[in-house]
Design a protein around this ligand. Sequence first.
Ligand SMILES: *Cc1c(COP(=O)(O)O)cnc(C)c1O
Length: 453
Amino acid sequence: MKFISTRGQAPALGFSDAVATGLAPDGGLYLPESLPRFTAGELARFAALSYPELCYEFLSRFATDIPADTLRALVARSYTTFSHADIAPVVKLDEKTYVLELFHGPTLAFKDFALQLLGNLYGHQCQVRGQSINVLGATSGDTGSAAIHGLLGKPGTAIFILYPDGRTSPLQERQMACTGADNVHALAISGTFDDAQAALKELFADQEFRTRHRLSAVNSINLARILAQCVYYLWAWLRLPAGVREETEWVVPTGNFGNVLAGWLLQKMGVPLHSFRVATNQNDILHRLFTTGDYRVGVVTPSLAPSMDIQVSSNFERFLYFSVGRDPAKVREIMETFKRTGAYTFENFDRDTFTASRTTDEEIPSIIRQVYQDYNYIADPHTACGFKSLSKERPSIVLATASPAKFPETITSAIKIEPTAPSLEALKAKPLVKHKLPADAAAIRAYIDRHAV
Ligand SMILES: *Cc1c(COP(=O)(O)O)cnc(C)c1O
Protein backbone atom coordinates (compact mmCIF):
# COMPACT_ATOMS: atom_id res chain seq x y z
CA MET A 1 0.00 0.00 0.00
CA LYS A 2 1.27 3.46 -0.95
CA PHE A 3 0.42 6.80 0.63
CA ILE A 4 -0.12 9.99 -1.37
CA SER A 5 -0.13 13.66 -0.45
CA THR A 6 -3.39 15.64 -0.48
CA ARG A 7 -1.56 18.29 -2.54
CA GLY A 8 -0.35 15.85 -5.21
CA GLN A 9 3.19 17.19 -5.54
CA ALA A 10 5.15 14.75 -3.38
CA PRO A 11 6.15 11.19 -4.26
CA ALA A 12 3.98 8.35 -2.95
CA LEU A 13 5.60 6.57 0.02
CA GLY A 14 5.24 3.25 1.82
CA PHE A 15 3.73 3.18 5.30
CA SER A 16 6.96 3.43 7.34
CA ASP A 17 8.33 6.31 5.25
CA ALA A 18 5.04 8.21 5.37
CA VAL A 19 4.97 7.79 9.16
CA ALA A 20 8.60 8.94 9.49
CA THR A 21 7.99 11.94 7.21
CA GLY A 22 4.88 13.35 8.94
CA LEU A 23 4.04 16.39 6.85
CA ALA A 24 4.54 15.75 3.12
CA PRO A 25 7.27 17.90 1.47
CA ASP A 26 4.63 19.70 -0.65
CA GLY A 27 2.87 20.83 2.54
CA GLY A 28 0.09 18.23 2.17
CA LEU A 29 -1.00 15.35 4.40
CA TYR A 30 -0.61 11.66 3.59
CA LEU A 31 -3.61 9.46 2.81
CA PRO A 32 -3.86 5.85 1.62
CA GLU A 33 -3.76 5.78 -2.19
CA SER A 34 -6.95 3.69 -2.07
CA LEU A 35 -9.16 2.69 0.84
CA PRO A 36 -9.76 -1.00 1.56
CA ARG A 37 -13.40 -2.14 1.79
CA PHE A 38 -14.37 -4.40 4.65
CA THR A 39 -17.01 -6.99 3.74
CA ALA A 40 -19.88 -8.11 5.96
CA GLY A 41 -18.12 -11.49 6.31
CA GLU A 42 -14.92 -9.86 7.55
CA LEU A 43 -16.81 -7.67 10.00
CA ALA A 44 -18.59 -10.73 11.40
CA ARG A 45 -15.22 -12.42 11.90
CA PHE A 46 -13.75 -9.29 13.57
CA ALA A 47 -16.41 -9.38 16.30
CA ALA A 48 -14.58 -12.19 18.11
CA LEU A 49 -11.16 -10.48 18.18
CA SER A 50 -9.51 -8.78 21.17
CA TYR A 51 -8.64 -5.09 20.80
CA PRO A 52 -4.96 -5.69 19.87
CA GLU A 53 -5.93 -8.45 17.43
CA LEU A 54 -8.49 -6.19 15.78
CA CYS A 55 -5.94 -3.37 15.60
CA TYR A 56 -3.47 -5.72 13.94
CA GLU A 57 -6.08 -6.91 11.39
CA PHE A 58 -6.93 -3.32 10.52
CA LEU A 59 -3.37 -1.97 10.32
CA SER A 60 -2.12 -4.94 8.30
CA ARG A 61 -4.10 -3.57 5.32
CA PHE A 62 -1.98 -0.40 5.44
CA ALA A 63 1.40 -1.22 7.01
CA THR A 64 2.24 -3.69 4.26
CA ASP A 65 5.98 -2.97 4.55
CA ILE A 66 6.23 -4.29 8.14
CA PRO A 67 6.45 -8.08 8.52
CA ALA A 68 3.24 -9.55 10.00
CA ASP A 69 4.82 -10.91 13.19
CA THR A 70 6.63 -7.64 13.86
CA LEU A 71 3.48 -5.59 13.37
CA ARG A 72 1.51 -7.94 15.60
CA ALA A 73 4.11 -7.56 18.37
CA LEU A 74 4.27 -3.74 18.03
CA VAL A 75 0.48 -3.47 18.27
CA ALA A 76 0.25 -5.87 21.22
CA ARG A 77 2.88 -3.89 23.13
CA SER A 78 1.09 -0.59 22.44
CA TYR A 79 -2.03 -1.58 24.35
CA THR A 80 -0.48 -3.36 27.34
CA THR A 81 -0.11 0.07 28.96
CA PHE A 82 -3.92 0.51 29.15
CA SER A 83 -5.59 -0.07 32.50
CA HIS A 84 -8.94 -1.48 31.28
CA ALA A 85 -9.28 -5.05 29.98
CA ASP A 86 -11.46 -3.87 27.04
CA ILE A 87 -8.94 -1.07 26.18
CA ALA A 88 -11.86 1.03 24.84
CA PRO A 89 -14.95 0.02 26.85
CA VAL A 90 -18.45 0.82 25.54
CA VAL A 91 -20.68 1.87 28.44
CA LYS A 92 -24.46 1.81 28.10
CA LEU A 93 -26.20 4.68 29.91
CA ASP A 94 -29.72 3.91 28.62
CA GLU A 95 -31.39 2.33 25.57
CA LYS A 96 -30.39 5.22 23.34
CA THR A 97 -27.23 6.54 24.96
CA TYR A 98 -23.77 4.97 24.93
CA VAL A 99 -20.30 6.22 25.84
CA LEU A 100 -17.07 5.02 24.26
CA GLU A 101 -14.39 5.53 26.93
CA LEU A 102 -11.08 6.45 25.34
CA PHE A 103 -9.24 7.45 28.50
CA HIS A 104 -7.78 4.26 29.95
CA GLY A 105 -4.31 4.81 28.50
CA PRO A 106 -1.27 6.06 30.46
CA THR A 107 -2.08 9.80 30.17
CA LEU A 108 -5.85 9.36 30.54
CA ALA A 109 -6.86 10.90 27.19
CA PHE A 110 -7.66 9.46 23.76
CA LYS A 111 -4.35 10.58 22.22
CA ASP A 112 -2.70 7.57 23.91
CA PHE A 113 -4.35 5.25 21.35
CA ALA A 114 -2.27 6.73 18.56
CA LEU A 115 0.84 7.85 20.43
CA GLN A 116 1.53 4.56 22.19
CA LEU A 117 1.56 2.94 18.76
CA LEU A 118 3.56 5.74 17.14
CA GLY A 119 6.20 5.45 19.89
CA ASN A 120 6.59 1.75 19.14
CA LEU A 121 6.75 2.43 15.39
CA TYR A 122 9.56 4.93 16.00
CA GLY A 123 11.36 2.43 18.22
CA HIS A 124 11.04 -0.20 15.49
CA GLN A 125 12.41 2.19 12.88
CA CYS A 126 15.46 2.92 15.05
CA GLN A 127 16.17 -0.80 15.15
CA VAL A 128 15.66 -1.44 11.44
CA ARG A 129 17.73 1.54 10.32
CA GLY A 130 20.29 1.34 13.09
CA GLN A 131 19.80 5.06 13.73
CA SER A 132 18.55 7.05 16.67
CA ILE A 133 15.59 9.48 16.46
CA ASN A 134 15.08 12.74 18.35
CA VAL A 135 11.49 13.86 18.65
CA LEU A 136 10.65 17.50 19.24
CA GLY A 137 7.31 19.17 19.89
CA ALA A 138 5.59 22.12 21.55
CA THR A 139 2.46 21.54 23.57
CA SER A 140 -0.11 23.37 25.60
CA GLY A 141 -1.03 20.11 27.33
CA ASP A 142 -2.34 16.69 26.23
CA THR A 143 -0.36 15.94 23.08
CA GLY A 144 3.01 16.50 24.75
CA SER A 145 2.32 14.17 27.65
CA ALA A 146 0.85 11.47 25.38
CA ALA A 147 3.90 11.69 23.08
CA ILE A 148 6.26 11.48 26.07
CA HIS A 149 4.51 8.37 27.37
CA GLY A 150 4.72 6.85 23.89
CA LEU A 151 8.53 7.09 23.90
CA LEU A 152 9.27 6.64 27.61
CA GLY A 153 12.53 4.73 28.03
CA LYS A 154 12.63 3.52 24.39
CA PRO A 155 16.26 2.81 23.37
CA GLY A 156 17.55 4.95 20.53
CA THR A 157 15.01 7.73 21.07
CA ALA A 158 14.89 11.01 22.95
CA ILE A 159 11.96 13.39 23.23
CA PHE A 160 12.07 17.14 23.87
CA ILE A 161 8.76 18.82 24.69
CA LEU A 162 8.52 22.60 24.98
CA TYR A 163 5.67 23.98 27.06
CA PRO A 164 4.88 27.41 28.46
CA ASP A 165 6.14 27.45 32.07
CA GLY A 166 3.29 27.91 34.53
CA ARG A 167 0.60 27.82 31.87
CA THR A 168 -0.28 24.14 31.66
CA SER A 169 -2.35 22.54 34.42
CA PRO A 170 -0.25 21.21 37.34
CA LEU A 171 -1.33 17.64 36.54
CA GLN A 172 -0.38 18.01 32.89
CA GLU A 173 3.03 19.31 33.90
CA ARG A 174 3.51 16.35 36.26
CA GLN A 175 2.62 13.92 33.45
CA MET A 176 5.46 15.43 31.40
CA ALA A 177 8.06 16.18 34.07
CA CYS A 178 7.71 13.34 36.61
CA THR A 179 8.40 10.35 34.38
CA GLY A 180 11.88 9.65 35.74
CA ALA A 181 12.99 8.55 32.23
CA ASP A 182 16.42 9.66 30.98
CA ASN A 183 15.27 10.10 27.38
CA VAL A 184 12.48 12.56 28.28
CA HIS A 185 13.19 16.29 28.40
CA ALA A 186 10.42 18.55 29.69
CA LEU A 187 11.50 22.05 28.65
CA ALA A 188 9.62 24.80 30.52
CA ILE A 189 9.82 27.85 28.31
CA SER A 190 9.40 31.34 29.75
CA GLY A 191 6.63 32.83 27.64
CA THR A 192 3.38 31.73 26.03
CA PHE A 193 2.57 28.67 23.94
CA ASP A 194 2.96 30.83 20.82
CA ASP A 195 6.51 31.78 21.89
CA ALA A 196 7.36 28.09 22.31
CA GLN A 197 5.77 27.32 18.94
CA ALA A 198 7.73 30.10 17.22
CA ALA A 199 11.06 28.82 18.63
CA LEU A 200 10.14 25.32 17.46
CA LYS A 201 9.42 26.52 13.93
CA GLU A 202 12.81 28.22 13.80
CA LEU A 203 14.54 24.98 14.83
CA PHE A 204 12.72 22.92 12.21
CA ALA A 205 13.60 25.48 9.55
CA ASP A 206 17.31 24.85 10.25
CA GLN A 207 17.91 21.99 7.77
CA GLU A 208 21.43 21.21 8.97
CA PHE A 209 20.33 20.90 12.61
CA ARG A 210 17.29 18.91 11.61
CA THR A 211 19.25 16.39 9.55
CA ARG A 212 22.11 16.10 12.01
CA HIS A 213 19.82 15.03 14.85
CA ARG A 214 17.27 13.17 12.70
CA LEU A 215 14.59 15.39 14.25
CA SER A 216 11.01 14.30 13.97
CA ALA A 217 7.99 16.43 14.88
CA VAL A 218 5.19 15.56 17.29
CA ASN A 219 2.00 16.76 15.70
CA SER A 220 -1.55 15.78 15.05
CA ILE A 221 -1.23 15.15 11.34
CA ASN A 222 0.80 11.93 11.33
CA LEU A 223 -0.84 9.24 9.23
CA ALA A 224 -0.32 6.59 11.93
CA ARG A 225 -2.37 8.63 14.36
CA ILE A 226 -5.41 8.69 12.10
CA LEU A 227 -5.22 4.97 11.29
CA ALA A 228 -4.77 3.95 14.95
CA GLN A 229 -7.90 5.95 15.76
CA CYS A 230 -10.05 4.18 13.15
CA VAL A 231 -9.71 1.01 15.22
CA TYR A 232 -11.73 2.13 18.25
CA TYR A 233 -14.65 3.13 16.03
CA LEU A 234 -14.59 -0.34 14.51
CA TRP A 235 -14.27 -1.94 17.95
CA ALA A 236 -17.21 0.05 19.35
CA TRP A 237 -19.36 -0.52 16.25
CA LEU A 238 -18.88 -4.26 16.73
CA ARG A 239 -19.96 -3.96 20.38
CA LEU A 240 -23.17 -1.98 19.86
CA PRO A 241 -26.29 -4.22 19.71
CA ALA A 242 -27.09 -5.38 16.18
CA GLY A 243 -30.31 -3.37 15.84
CA VAL A 244 -28.62 -0.20 17.11
CA ARG A 245 -25.23 -0.05 15.46
CA GLU A 246 -26.30 1.08 11.99
CA GLU A 247 -28.61 3.77 13.40
CA THR A 248 -26.27 5.40 15.89
CA GLU A 249 -24.88 8.91 15.69
CA TRP A 250 -21.22 9.19 16.73
CA VAL A 251 -20.69 12.32 18.82
CA VAL A 252 -17.08 13.47 18.82
CA PRO A 253 -15.58 16.29 20.95
CA THR A 254 -13.49 17.98 18.27
CA GLY A 255 -10.49 20.31 17.95
CA ASN A 256 -8.07 19.44 15.16
CA PHE A 257 -10.58 17.12 13.43
CA GLY A 258 -8.27 14.11 13.77
CA ASN A 259 -10.57 12.01 15.91
CA VAL A 260 -13.79 12.45 13.90
CA LEU A 261 -11.91 12.13 10.60
CA ALA A 262 -10.85 8.62 11.61
CA GLY A 263 -14.50 7.58 12.11
CA TRP A 264 -15.49 9.07 8.80
CA LEU A 265 -12.66 7.26 6.97
CA LEU A 266 -13.80 3.98 8.49
CA GLN A 267 -17.28 4.66 7.12
CA LYS A 268 -15.69 5.12 3.69
CA MET A 269 -14.12 1.67 4.11
CA GLY A 270 -17.58 0.09 4.12
CA VAL A 271 -18.34 -0.02 7.86
CA PRO A 272 -21.90 1.36 8.15
CA LEU A 273 -21.46 4.08 10.80
CA HIS A 274 -24.58 6.24 10.44
CA SER A 275 -23.51 9.84 11.06
CA PHE A 276 -21.20 12.07 13.07
CA ARG A 277 -21.67 15.12 15.24
CA VAL A 278 -18.71 17.46 15.48
CA ALA A 279 -18.96 18.82 19.03
CA THR A 280 -16.85 21.95 19.51
CA ASN A 281 -16.37 24.21 22.52
CA GLN A 282 -16.63 27.98 22.19
CA ASN A 283 -13.79 27.90 19.64
CA ASP A 284 -16.22 26.99 16.94
CA ILE A 285 -14.61 27.24 13.49
CA LEU A 286 -15.86 23.73 12.63
CA HIS A 287 -19.34 24.35 13.98
CA ARG A 288 -19.60 27.35 11.68
CA LEU A 289 -18.25 25.34 8.77
CA PHE A 290 -20.73 22.48 9.13
CA THR A 291 -23.71 24.72 9.76
CA THR A 292 -23.04 27.47 7.18
CA GLY A 293 -20.26 26.32 4.80
CA ASP A 294 -18.11 29.24 5.97
CA TYR A 295 -14.58 28.21 7.03
CA ARG A 296 -13.05 31.22 8.74
CA VAL A 297 -10.26 31.66 11.30
CA GLY A 298 -11.35 33.17 14.59
CA VAL A 299 -9.49 34.24 17.73
CA VAL A 300 -8.81 31.43 20.20
CA THR A 301 -10.32 32.01 23.62
CA PRO A 302 -9.06 29.70 26.40
CA SER A 303 -11.85 27.39 27.58
CA LEU A 304 -12.67 24.74 30.19
CA ALA A 305 -12.04 22.13 27.46
CA PRO A 306 -8.50 23.28 26.61
CA SER A 307 -7.54 20.43 24.26
CA MET A 308 -10.14 21.70 21.81
CA ASP A 309 -8.91 25.31 21.85
CA ILE A 310 -7.77 25.60 18.25
CA GLN A 311 -8.08 28.08 15.43
CA VAL A 312 -7.38 26.00 12.36
CA SER A 313 -8.11 22.27 12.20
CA SER A 314 -5.06 20.85 10.48
CA ASN A 315 -6.64 17.47 9.68
CA PHE A 316 -9.52 19.11 7.87
CA GLU A 317 -7.38 19.04 4.71
CA ARG A 318 -7.78 15.26 4.51
CA PHE A 319 -11.56 15.59 4.50
CA LEU A 320 -11.33 18.41 1.99
CA TYR A 321 -9.38 16.15 -0.39
CA PHE A 322 -12.31 13.73 -0.59
CA SER A 323 -14.90 16.54 -0.66
CA VAL A 324 -13.40 18.00 -3.86
CA GLY A 325 -13.39 14.62 -5.61
CA ARG A 326 -9.75 13.75 -4.77
CA ASP A 327 -8.45 16.62 -6.89
CA PRO A 328 -5.10 17.81 -5.44
CA ALA A 329 -5.06 20.95 -7.62
CA LYS A 330 -8.37 21.99 -6.07
CA VAL A 331 -7.01 21.27 -2.57
CA ARG A 332 -3.98 23.49 -3.29
CA GLU A 333 -6.20 26.28 -4.56
CA ILE A 334 -8.49 26.18 -1.51
CA MET A 335 -5.62 25.95 0.99
CA GLU A 336 -3.84 28.84 -0.70
CA THR A 337 -6.96 31.01 -0.59
CA PHE A 338 -7.47 30.07 3.04
CA LYS A 339 -3.87 30.89 3.92
CA ARG A 340 -4.03 34.24 2.15
CA THR A 341 -7.43 35.43 3.35
CA GLY A 342 -8.16 33.36 6.48
CA ALA A 343 -11.48 32.25 4.99
CA TYR A 344 -13.11 30.02 2.39
CA THR A 345 -16.78 29.52 1.57
CA PHE A 346 -17.91 26.09 0.45
CA GLU A 347 -20.89 26.01 -1.86
CA ASN A 348 -21.57 22.43 -2.87
CA PHE A 349 -20.46 20.93 0.35
CA ASP A 350 -21.57 17.41 1.23
CA ARG A 351 -22.76 17.81 4.78
CA ASP A 352 -24.99 14.72 4.86
CA THR A 353 -23.12 12.66 7.39
CA PHE A 354 -22.08 15.55 9.65
CA THR A 355 -23.95 17.74 12.07
CA ALA A 356 -22.29 20.09 14.54
CA SER A 357 -22.79 21.61 17.97
CA ARG A 358 -21.07 24.32 19.98
CA THR A 359 -20.80 24.43 23.78
CA THR A 360 -19.75 27.51 25.73
CA ASP A 361 -17.89 27.61 29.05
CA GLU A 362 -21.12 28.70 30.76
CA GLU A 363 -22.80 25.50 29.60
CA ILE A 364 -20.07 22.96 30.42
CA PRO A 365 -20.57 22.77 34.24
CA SER A 366 -24.36 22.52 33.93
CA ILE A 367 -24.04 19.70 31.36
CA ILE A 368 -21.67 17.85 33.72
CA ARG A 369 -24.28 18.25 36.49
CA GLN A 370 -27.13 17.08 34.24
CA VAL A 371 -25.25 14.00 32.98
CA TYR A 372 -24.40 13.10 36.57
CA GLN A 373 -28.06 13.49 37.63
CA ASP A 374 -29.50 11.59 34.66
CA TYR A 375 -27.01 8.73 34.44
CA ASN A 376 -24.82 8.84 37.55
CA TYR A 377 -21.92 9.27 35.09
CA ILE A 378 -19.07 11.79 35.32
CA ALA A 379 -18.11 13.40 32.02
CA ASP A 380 -14.91 15.44 31.68
CA PRO A 381 -15.27 18.99 30.24
CA HIS A 382 -14.44 17.82 26.67
CA THR A 383 -16.86 14.90 26.80
CA ALA A 384 -19.49 17.25 28.27
CA CYS A 385 -19.48 19.17 24.96
CA GLY A 386 -20.62 15.92 23.31
CA PHE A 387 -23.53 15.54 25.74
CA LYS A 388 -25.07 18.78 24.59
CA SER A 389 -28.42 18.25 22.79
CA LEU A 390 -28.27 14.50 22.11
CA SER A 391 -30.41 13.33 19.17
CA LYS A 392 -34.06 12.60 19.97
CA GLU A 393 -34.52 10.48 16.84
CA ARG A 394 -31.70 8.02 17.04
CA PRO A 395 -29.25 6.40 19.47
CA SER A 396 -26.02 8.26 20.25
CA ILE A 397 -22.57 7.14 21.24
CA VAL A 398 -20.51 9.91 22.83
CA LEU A 399 -16.73 9.55 22.62
CA ALA A 400 -15.30 10.27 26.09
CA THR A 401 -11.93 11.77 25.17
CA ALA A 402 -10.45 12.39 28.63
CA SER A 403 -10.83 11.13 32.17
CA PRO A 404 -12.64 13.50 34.54
CA ALA A 405 -9.71 12.99 36.94
CA LYS A 406 -7.59 15.23 34.67
CA PHE A 407 -9.90 18.18 35.40
CA PRO A 408 -10.62 18.06 39.14
CA GLU A 409 -11.39 21.81 39.50
CA THR A 410 -14.16 21.90 36.88
CA ILE A 411 -15.72 18.63 38.07
CA THR A 412 -15.62 19.60 41.74
CA SER A 413 -17.20 22.97 41.07
CA ALA A 414 -19.98 21.29 39.03
CA ILE A 415 -20.93 18.30 41.21
CA LYS A 416 -18.96 18.63 44.49
CA ILE A 417 -17.14 15.35 43.86
CA GLU A 418 -13.41 15.23 43.33
CA PRO A 419 -12.54 12.59 40.73
CA THR A 420 -9.17 10.84 41.06
CA ALA A 421 -7.17 8.22 39.19
CA PRO A 422 -4.43 6.04 40.71
CA SER A 423 -1.86 7.02 38.08
CA LEU A 424 -2.36 10.73 38.84
CA GLU A 425 -2.12 10.14 42.59
CA ALA A 426 1.17 8.29 42.04
CA LEU A 427 2.55 11.27 40.10
CA LYS A 428 2.11 13.57 43.05
CA ALA A 429 4.73 11.60 44.98
CA LYS A 430 7.38 11.70 42.22
CA PRO A 431 10.08 14.35 41.84
CA LEU A 432 9.46 16.91 39.12
CA VAL A 433 12.38 17.33 36.70
CA LYS A 434 11.98 20.24 34.31
CA HIS A 435 14.52 22.39 32.52
CA LYS A 436 13.75 26.09 32.38
CA LEU A 437 14.81 27.80 29.19
CA PRO A 438 14.16 31.18 27.60
CA ALA A 439 11.86 31.23 24.53
CA ASP A 440 14.92 31.53 22.36
CA ALA A 441 15.80 29.13 19.53
CA ALA A 442 19.56 29.39 20.20
CA ALA A 443 19.20 28.35 23.86
CA ILE A 444 16.92 25.43 22.94
CA ARG A 445 19.25 24.37 20.12
CA ALA A 446 22.18 24.32 22.56
CA TYR A 447 20.19 22.16 24.99
CA ILE A 448 19.27 19.68 22.25
CA ASP A 449 22.88 19.59 21.00
CA ARG A 450 23.92 18.49 24.48
CA HIS A 451 21.18 15.90 25.03
CA ALA A 452 20.25 14.44 21.63
CA VAL A 453 20.85 10.71 21.12
C1 LIG B 1 -6.96 16.40 21.48
C2 LIG B 1 -8.23 16.30 22.24
C3 LIG B 1 -9.49 16.57 21.63
C4 LIG B 1 -9.61 17.01 20.19
O1 LIG B 1 -9.33 15.98 19.28
P1 LIG B 1 -9.01 16.32 17.74
O2 LIG B 1 -8.53 15.05 17.15
O3 LIG B 1 -7.96 17.40 17.78
O4 LIG B 1 -10.30 16.79 17.14
C5 LIG B 1 -10.64 16.40 22.39
N1 LIG B 1 -10.58 16.03 23.70
C6 LIG B 1 -9.40 15.78 24.32
C7 LIG B 1 -9.41 15.41 25.75
C8 LIG B 1 -8.20 15.89 23.62
O5 LIG B 1 -7.03 15.65 24.25
